[in-house]
Design a protein around this ligand. Sequence first.
Ligand code: NDP
Ligand code: 8X3
Length: 249
Amino acid sequence: MTRTAFITGATSGIGAAAARALAGEGWRIIGLGRRKPRLTELADELGEDFLPITGDMRDLPDLERIVRQLPAPWREVDLLLNNAGLAPPMDDFQDADLEAQLNAMHTNMDGLVALTRALLPRLIERKGAIINLSSVAGSYPYRGGAVYGATKAFLTQFGLSLRSDLAGTGVRVTAIEPGMVETEFTLVRTGGDRAASDALYADMAPLTAEDIAEAVRWCALLPPHVNINRLEVMPTNQSFAGFSVHRAS
Ligand code: NDP
Ligand code: 8X3
């Protein structure tokens, strides 16, 4: 039986790598993102088993329309990979731009909730799975990460509670929580600063998009009775620092 995955943020990084990994397992892939030329490139690579959909996670009515209008062979979705997302710049919250913060909230949370709602009847019918791309930033605070980390904590908690609501349906829900993955993530976060992105990942062997795609593939192919709730993955060279203490003098 051919299985179908709906992947948001398929134009880059983890989403594109997951599309390749699941296509390699014989899955059909619906790939959504804003950059049409990237989707066209992926369609050229993956062939007729890839359905490119140009869409914006912040346009909630359009997400509902997209799901409503999926062509017949693509309607039977077995996996929703909620991957599209971004982080606002790493300014201290009190100095940060509100628009950038709200943009991350709309992209990472609102769109994800709307798309999950729209696809759930299909996923329940198919006893499918939802994988949410959360982050270590949702568990471990760091300076400049207040809003981004909060959006990722939302994703993890949303998924855990959703599991309760879906009890007995056979639908699996997983949060994958990576640490540093070298993709376009930091380029986007810094407004296109290539030097800053290169410096962040220099000499520390970051995770690759393919590493996380492998985690997605593994979760997706587990037998139906196995649900991975949370899967935290970090580069070996990324670990933890202590609490910060401010002293008066
Ligand atoms: P990339 O920047 O490489 O990819 C982000 C993807 O999200 C792109 O395909 C982009 O597509 C899509 N996207 C962003 N905004 C929108 C929007 N409004 N509508 C539709 N699609 C959108 O980053 P990653 O691959 O690293 O990120 C994927 C996910 O993994 C994110 O949720 C991120 O938070 C999470 N993550 C990343 C980590 C990292 O260190 N890189 C670590 C932990 C989690 P387009 O621009 O074409 O719309
Ligand atoms: C991104 C991971 O460690 O750069 O979600 O915040 S980190």
